[in-house]
Design a protein around this ligand. Structure first.
Ligand code: ADP
Ligand code: MG
Length: 355
């Protein structure tokens, strides 16, 4: 609190700055899970096992069979702004292929928790390394027997940021966020075996065999998977598919009677990344032509392909939003693709003109 009548402007000390920044990156267990799963994907993992306890508030463990890290790598990885993914601003401008590049996730998660990283590079003969990082300080580094790949275990999340801890919701709500994040990455990466465990119980496990249909089965169960209708549209010469920014639309949408009251089962991906787009969601719902009961949403997993230069990459990646150049064009294309898929199954009558 400020005393007296003059306002005094002062510079915050480094620790305070670090904790404030950390609170923006890691808002809740699900944000840590997201960063760790992205790191595993960037590390070329073919298997990612996520296990959380008490909604992730008690502990989060992400294990992968990716490229792993040497002792020097893992010591560097927890420092501030350290990344192996870009070198300089030129790399940023030519486009980043990895999910991460800011070099802040491990450092930041470790600043507000007790984080243990056990890792071993692929085809390394000697032992791996276990590094323990607590509240932003390296506590210990020791050799560890472990398989190739990386395991990150986060406990005591927000032990030193009581304000952030206070804002956590119930364990059930926190777990719902974790589940949604892991589900999104599982759906976006059918060629990676992704599993999720909560309090020792398996929630789902995908096979990683590469097909979306079996991933849907693993994630949403038999009934939902059986009701899914394939969408596959691309503008071709002479086709009636409307012109617009999208080069391809593929995935699945559910039968209009297989719905939920939450829109969280409408998942859309742009060039492989999960994106929240109200415009796309509305276009999908319009395609059902009034066949959905009010306040009901279908299950949707839709992949939109766009030339990289037509989307605004400056929108913050963490917000998962997108700015379309030609939003009306995107809407027309999405609506047409979903309508065509439903029509093929005799599910909507072609009625109102598109536009
Ligand atoms: P960023 O992902 O933006 O590079 P992070 O703080 O998330 O930053 O990770 C820092 C670095 O640590 C990464 O660039 C990568 O080299 C290494 N790293 C992190 N997680 C893993 C992992 N699961 N497997 C292999 N290397 C990893
Ligand atoms: Mg990262």
């Amino acid at each position: 609190a400020v005393e007296g009548d003059a306002t005094e402007i002062r510079k915050l000390d480094d620790r305070t700055v670090q904790r404030i920044a950390a609170g923006e990156v890691v808002e809740r267990p699900a944000s840590a899970v997201k960063e760790l799963v992205e790191n595993s994907l960037d590390a070329d993992a073919s298997r990612i096992e996520v296990a959380v306890e008490r909604g992730g508030v008690e502990s989060i463990r992400v294990r992968d069979d990716g490229v792993g890290m040497s002792e020097a790598d893992v010591r560097a990885a927890v420092q501030e702004h350290t990344t192996s993914k870009i070198e300089d601003v030129d790399d940023l401008e030519s486009g980043v292929a990895t999910l991460g590049f800011r070099g802040e996730a491990l450092h930041t998660i470790g600043a507000v928790s007790r984080t243990e990283i056990t890792t071993k590079p692929r085809s390394a003969d000697d032992a791996g390394t276990k590094l323990t990082y607590v509240g932003g300080e390296v506590e210990s580094v020791e050799p560890a027997g472990c398989p190739e790949g990386t395991t990150v275990e986060v406990t005591e999340l927000f032990f030193n940021t009581p304000a952030r801890k206070k804002y956590l919701k119930t364990e059930a709500t926190e777990f719902a966020h974790v589940n949604r994040v892991v589900t999104q990455y599982a759906l976006a990466n059918p060629d990676v075996a992704v599993s999720l465990e909560h309090d020792g119980r398996e929630v789902f496990a995908t096979t990683g065999q590469g097909d979306l249909q079996s991933t849907l089965l693993a994630v949403y169960g038999k009934d939902v998977a059986a009701s899914m209708i394939g969408v596959d549209a691309a503008p071709e010469v002479g086709s009636e598919f409307p012109e617009g920014p999208l080069e391809g639309i593929s995935g699945y949408v559910s039968h209009p009677e297989t719905t939920r009251s939450s829109r969280e089962y409408v998942s859309t991906f742009v060039n492989g990344r999960y994106v929240r787009s109200p415009a796309v969601r509305e276009a999908i719902l319009e395609a059902y032509g009034g066949q959905l009961a009010s306040d009901r949403y279908p299950f949707v997993v839709l992949f939109l392909e766009v030339p990289a230069e037509t989307v605004d990459v400056n929108v913050h990646p963490r917000k998962m939003e997108i700015r379309w150049g030609d939003e009306a064009g995107v809407r027309r294309q999405v609506r047409a693709a979903v309508e065509d898929a439903l029509l093929d199954h005799g599910l909507v009558r072609s009625s109102a003109p598109r536009g």
